[in-house]
Design a protein around this ligand. Structure first.
Ligand code: ADE
Length: 243
């Protein structure tokens, strides 16, 4: 997979691609990255890439001709082109899994008041990473990149993301490590006894409980097994009693 990032602030990506798991994956050639400065496609000597909006109003609008030129210079036949924007479709793990299979992705980082609307004619998808507004799309591009890179083969140890929150459709169960007792709170007994069947049930129950209490919306699209249905009934009863 090749990731290309088109941005007005390439320096923001230096640490991101040079730290921890992402750096290791890059060093091992598990993906390739190119961070491209949009200003290099500017047509004037001051490297302007934006102009005032038609119809008036504050702020500046990034020019379509410049973005189109940058896209054309950097896309190939199989490039998926994304634009980060608070008005895009909301990003989630399903989307990350689909994008992780692409051969090449070009992420255009939005900025200022936005882009000339005609930029969308050259973009496959407009993506928002959540219901809040950032000063620019660079952090969103990092979020998208990170979620895709960790799904590339060889980046994480085999089997390490299968239990992730959202990967299964449920939030992840709680984890513990030593010490066994801290500040009077003991690690749940079931995790200490080595009974794998009991541990599996405990983890599933806790996943379901967290999902029910915090993100009941996720359960609407989740096909419950018979075991999970029974657990959920118990969780609901417990929740009523604790009210
Ligand atoms: N740019 C500004 N806010 C954003 C958001 N929430 N998602 C993606 N890009 C953005």
């Amino acid at each position: 997979m090749t990731l290309k990032i088109l941005t007005l602030f390439p320096e923001m990506f230096t640490n991101f691609f040079n730290t921890s798991i992402i750096k290791r994956a890059l060093d091992k050639d598990l993906f390739k990255v190119e961070v491209i400065d949009l200003r290099q496609y500017s047509h004037d000597k001051h490297h302007h890439v934006d102009d005032t909006p038609y119809g008036g109003g504050k702020g500046m609008v990034i020019k379509v001709d410049i973005v189109k030129e940058a896209i054309d210079a950097n896309k190939s036949k199989n490039t998926k082109i994304l634009l980060t924007s608070p008005r895009g479709y909301k990003y989630n793990q399903q989307k990350a899994m689909a994008l992780a299979k692409e051969e090449e992705i070009l992420i255009i980082c939005g900025h200022y008041e936005g882009f000339d609307e005609r930029v969308l004619n050259y973009v496959d998808e407009e993506i928002s990473i959540g219901d809040y507004v950032l000063t620019g799309g660079e952090l969103a591009a990092m979020v998208i990149s990170d979620s895709i890179i960790r799904l590339q083969k060889g980046v994480l140890a085999e089997g390490s993301y299968e239990d992730d929150s959202f990967q299964t459709g449920l939030l992840e169960y709680p984890q513990y490590t030593r010490p066994q007792v801290f500040d009077g709170v003991e690690v749940p007994k079931v995790l200490q006894n080595g009974n794998h069947s009991e541990i599996r049930k405990y983890r599933l129950y806790e996943s379901l409980k967290l999902t029910y209490l915090r993100r009941p919306d996720l359960l609407e699209n989740y096909n419950l097994t018979k075991e999970e249905k029974e657990m959920l009934e118990k969780i609901k009863k417990e929740a009523l009693q604790n009210k």
